[in-house]
Design a protein around this ligand. Structure first.
Ligand SMILES: Nc1ncnc2c1ncn2[C@@H]1O[C@H](COP(=O)(O)OP(=O)(O)OP(=O)(O)O)[C@@H](O)[C@H]1O
Ligand SMILES: [Mg+2]
Length: 322
């Protein structure tokens, strides 16, 4: 087996005049959770359809689990699982009957089928409720069952197209935790489409950012953050008037300064209370900058140093691409 679950070369797909996927060259290592990040219409779902061999590329090529997607779609679909827009569940059947149905589709022998179903339902906390019909279940429970369905036949690779969309934050977090634990335990490669950056940051060893069909960046969330962005300081306090801001702007190592006033009702008498976001160049140190602020008459309450979130990196990549 190759070290890569997915390899594409200049993969391209047009729909009429629309280039949905545009020259994507990407290697996804086996055994990781890979996040494919992009806004609505970026080409995420089309990419999954290409990787499953459900549609043909207009140009370029792709290998999924080493199989050519044009010639060997059947072999790919036998060895993978996919949760696409349709969750694949029968609402009038019980959870048990749903999984049993799919286990038969995959020709799993009865004992193996039963053991696997119990294992997965237990993992997702659904075993006690296995006899209920799923029509009455919450969206979060249905999504967990849908993922159990996708994993049933021990695929080496699964595709999940925005699995947590429409879930409340608690249900989404619970689904993510279960998925993460299971992916680790079974060593399955996960290709996850999402536009939820928080999700990508929590779950994915690597992410690819796609915009208008083009792959803009690939790397671990930390790498993307480190490459795209300088560290920054967040300073809370009072007396951030124009003079203080000007002094910080001209301090060495400062790239950009933004003042965010305190919310109404929480500000002091002079209206200069709030938060300064100071973007630093390279390895600039924070202490001298704080001294400049204090020297200019501001009073500093708290200083935090942090990196931009993946969300900010994502937004800046989107802006650069415009
Ligand atoms: N079957 C199709 N026929 C025509 N155009 C299509 C078809 N499928 C996708 N497209 C177009 O290709 C582009 C990419 O769509 P795609 O569904 O891959 O985006 P996406 O990243 O999955 O978006 P979303 O986050 O909204 O699901 C869009 O402009 C879309 O309208
Ligand atoms: Mg989509």
């Amino acid at each position: 087996m190759s070290d890569y679950a997915i390899q594409t070369s200049q993969l391209t797909r047009d729909f009429g005049a629309i280039r949905a996927v545009d020259g994507v060259t990407l290697d996804v290592p086996s055994g990781i959770v890979f996040g494919f990040l992009g806004a609505n219409g970026a080409g995420k779902t089309t990419t999954i359809h290409l990787l499953l061999g459900l549609i043909e590329p207009t140009a370029g090529s792709a290998r999924t689990l080493g199989f050519d997607t044009r010639q060997q779609g059947q072999a790919i679909r036998e060895r993978t699982g996919a949760l696409l827009e349709f969750n694949g569940l029968y609402e009038r059947l019980s959870a048990l009957d749903n999984l049993d149905f799919y286990g038969r589709v995959w020709h799993m022998p009865a004992t193996e089928r039963q053991a696997r179903i119990q294992e997965l339902l237990t993992h997702f906390g659904l075993w006690e409720r296995r006899k209920e019909s799923v029509g009455a279940w919450s969206r979060g429970m249905k999504q967990k069952l849908a993922i159990a369905r996708v994993l049933l036949h021990h695929p080496q690779l699964i595709f999940l197209d925005e699995p947590t969309s429409g879930l409340d934050p608690v249900a989404a977090a619970s689904l993510r935790d279960d998925l993460d634990a299971l992916a680790r335990r079974e060593g399955v490669t996960v290709f996850l489409n999402t536009h939820n950056l928080d999700e990508a940051q929590r779950l994915c060893a690597q992410v690819g950012v796609i915009r208008s069909g083009k792959l803009l960046a690939v790397g671990s969330p930390d790498e993307l953050r480190a490459n795209t962005d300088a560290p920054r300081l967040e300073v809370t306090g009072a007396g951030f008037d124009e003079a203080a801001l000007a002094a910080v702007r001209s301090a060495p190592g400062v790239a950009r300064v933004e003042f965010q006033p305190a919310p109404r009702g929480a500000e002091g008498a002079d209206g200069h209370d709030g938060r300064l976001l100071i973007e630093l160049r390279g390895e600039a140190r924070g202490a001298p900058i704080v001294s400049v602020l204090v020297g200019a008459g501001a009073s500093v309450e708290e200083v935090r140093r942090d990196q931009a979130s993946l969300e900010e990196v994502f937004l800046s990549l989107m802006e650069e691409g415009q």
